[in-house]
Design a protein. Structure first.
Length: 169
């Protein structure tokens, strides 16, 4: 049985731990400054351009968006280098039909000439334009970008599906 002193010690330890963790979390918060505001807007435009091209055209000149040495991790399948990434995209997005992704509120952190972007996404599949689209996939998209010569490029991207409707396969 715990004595009153032991309970107080446990409480103090847990309180100190929670303060320590909340301080660490506070340090991770994104603080926009004049120096990072333009970069953040550029990254948002970059993400919009990237997904807009993929959604409307279905393919893209990936070298406009990906670094030559980039790494792409899709649910643990690793693709290294632009050529390997282009090969993956040439296979198409999803199980056929029209697949559109909705990206939810990106968290963008800018440090010097690098950016980290985290977003949740939902993929909607529409096999028949006379029917309503159906949710197909949900997940997390993590991107690391570098600004080289005034142009943002993806250096590392990790996609993790948290749910996937395999009935379409």
């Amino acid at each position: 049985m715990l004595t009153s002193i032991m309970k107080q010690q446990i409480f103090i330890t847990l309180f100190a731990l929670s303060v320590s963790l909340s301080t660490s979390a506070a340090e991770e918060l994104t603080h926009t400054t004049q120096e990072t505001l333009l970069a953040r807007i550029q990254v948002e435009d970059f993400i919009n351009d990237y997904y807009w091209e993929l959604a409307t055209i279905g393919e893209s000149d990936l070298k406009l968006f990906w670094d030559e040495e980039a790494v792409f991790d899709v649910n643990g399948n690793i693709y290294e280098g632009l050529k390997s990434i282009e090969d993956v995209y040439s296979l198409g997005l999803g199980p056929g039909g029209r697949l559109i992704f909705q990206m939810d509120i990106p968290r963008i952190r800018i440090v010097d000439n690098t950016a980290t972007v985290d977003m949740f996404y939902t993929g909607f599949l529409n096999n028949n334009p006379d029917e309503a689209p159906k949710p197909y996939e949900q997940g997390h998209d993590h991107m690391e970008l570098i600004n080289s010569q005034g142009s943002w490029k993806i250096t590392n991207r990790i996609l993790r599906s948290v749910s996937l409707d395999k009935s379409y396969e």
